[in-house]
Write a protein that binds this ligand. Structure first.
Ligand SMILES: Cc1cc2nc3c(=O)[nH]c(=O)nc-3n(C[C@H](O)[C@H](O)[C@H](O)COP(=O)(O)OP(=O)(O)OC[C@H]3O[C@@H](n4cnc5c(N)ncnc54)[C@H](O)[C@@H]3O)c2cc1C
Length: 366
């Protein structure tokens, strides 16, 4: 997703050089629908653009796997060399957007993970009515998978050592967790080898991801829980950038959410073009689970000097003085739209007004 976004962003910005994407898949795909609409068999478009888009925008798609990024060749050329399974591709600049690889569990049962279209197809095949499935994880993915597996008629048990996605949805994670406990069996512990899994047919591991850094190993690019980048998504090697799930900004933790892929792609386009980046937007994350539309923008866990504001049962805000830092909402996307504007425009807020459900947020934007 992030790699495609760079190609599209470069063309939008008027970049006239050659643009090539190397990926083992047939085309660029979006991943979030894989755990929800696609898994349950809904008709959903996963391709990020039709084939004609690549023609119209002169973006070459090479269906291949990158093995490694080599240092600049010895024959005096200043170009970088990307070595694939079948060829060597030279480039002036390389953006690494290889995403992440799901972690798995070593168990005496078939264990499924979900990242690719092929993973989703295999999982859909395994999740038949009556299949007993144990789902392990406490992030965004496990509850989404539990929702889809139940929809497909499977008997679902979710092993979750803590309330899922608390770092993302803050206190509202409890609302989602309560719904999950009403819908499927929830076991509040980590799934380990010592668990008796006799009555499960399959296990799905949604226990996090590892950044897919293999292509950068040995290239001189600095790697430490992801490819380490600066604010402009430059790596330690000149002309090489990393974005999306595979990267980690120096001094910060790794972000493996869709909006980070989009935002890092937009930012690296400015770095490559040498143009002034737009003001950063607060990170937005969403999850569709058990009929709920959960969304968060910015940071929703208050620090000591900040105030947590509740607006009814399904909306929270974090406020620092008169500035909004973040918001989370369950089944109220208008709140997220309004909160995003308040944060990006620096609109002064009053915690009492935010908490007042009679006061429309649109009014507060004025
Ligand atoms: C099932 C699922 C559900 C999700 N749901 C949500 C959600 O609800 N909300 C949210 O915010 N985020 C969600 N995410 C996370 C989000 O999709 C990712 O953060 C986003 O896709 C990251 O973009 P990316 O480009 O870094 O990685 P990807 O989209 O994974 O793209 C990486 C690409 O690199 C290619 N690649 C890897 N290795 C090589 C190689 N050696 N050579 C060539 N190509 C290679 C892969 O084939 C892939 O096409 C979900 C992810 C998954 C898997």
């Amino acid at each position: 997703m992030a790699g495609f976004s760079v190609a599209a962003g470069l063309r939008d910005a008027g970049y006239t050089g050659g643009v090539t994407i190397i990926d083992p898949h047939e085309t660029a795909l979006d991943r979030p629908p894989l755990s929800t609409e696609y898994l349950v068999g809904d008709d959903v478009e996963l391709a990020l653009a039709p084939d004609q888009w690549f023609v119209d925008n002169a973006v070459t798609w090479i269906q291949d796997t990158v093995l490694r990024l080599n240092q600049r060749p010895a024959h005096g050329s200043s170009r970088l060399v990307v070595e694939t399974l079948t060829e060597q591709v030279e480039a002036d600049e390389v953006v690494i957007a290889t995403g992440a690889v799901p972690k798995t569990l070593e168990l005496d049962k078939p264990v499924y993970t979900l990242r690719s279209l092929a993973d989703a197809d295999a999982l859909r095949d395994a999740l038949r009515p009556g299949t007993s499935v144990a789902i392990a994880g406490s992030g965004l993915l496990a509850p989404e998978l539990a929702t889809s597996a139940k929809h497909l008629g499977a008997n679902v048990t979710a092993f979750t050592p803590q309330v899922p996605a608390t770092q993302i949805f803050g206190e509202l994670a409890d609302v989602l967790y309560t719904t999950m406990t009403e819908q499927v069996e929830v076991v509040p512990r980590r799934l380990t080898v010592s668990e008796n899994l006799d009555h499960f047919d399959i296990v799905i591991a949604a226990v996090g991801v590892e950044p897919a850094v293999t292509v950068a190993e040995g290239s001189g690019v600095s790697i430490d829980d992801g490819i380490v980048v600066d604010d402009g998504y430059r790596t330690s090697l000149a002309g090489v950038y990393a974005i999306g799930d595979v990267c980690r900004k120096h001094g910060q933790s790794r972000q493996d959410h869709w909006d980070h892929g989009r935002a890092s792609a937009a930012r690296v386009v400015h770095t490559i073009m040498g143009t002034q980046p737009d003001a950063p937007t607060p990170q937005w994350v969403w999850s569709d689970q058990f009929g709920h539309d959960a969304q968060a923008v910015g940071r929703v866990i208050p620090q000591a000097h900040e105030q947590l504001v509740h607006r009814g049962d399904n909306v929270i805000f974090v406020v620092d003085g008169d500035q909004l830092i973040g918001a989370a909402a369950v089944d109220d996307r208008k709140v997220i739209r309004a909160a995003t504007r308040m944060i990006t425009r620096g609109i002064a807020v009053d915690p009492d007004q935010l908490a007042d459900v009679e006061m429309s947020l649109r009014q507060l934007l004025r």
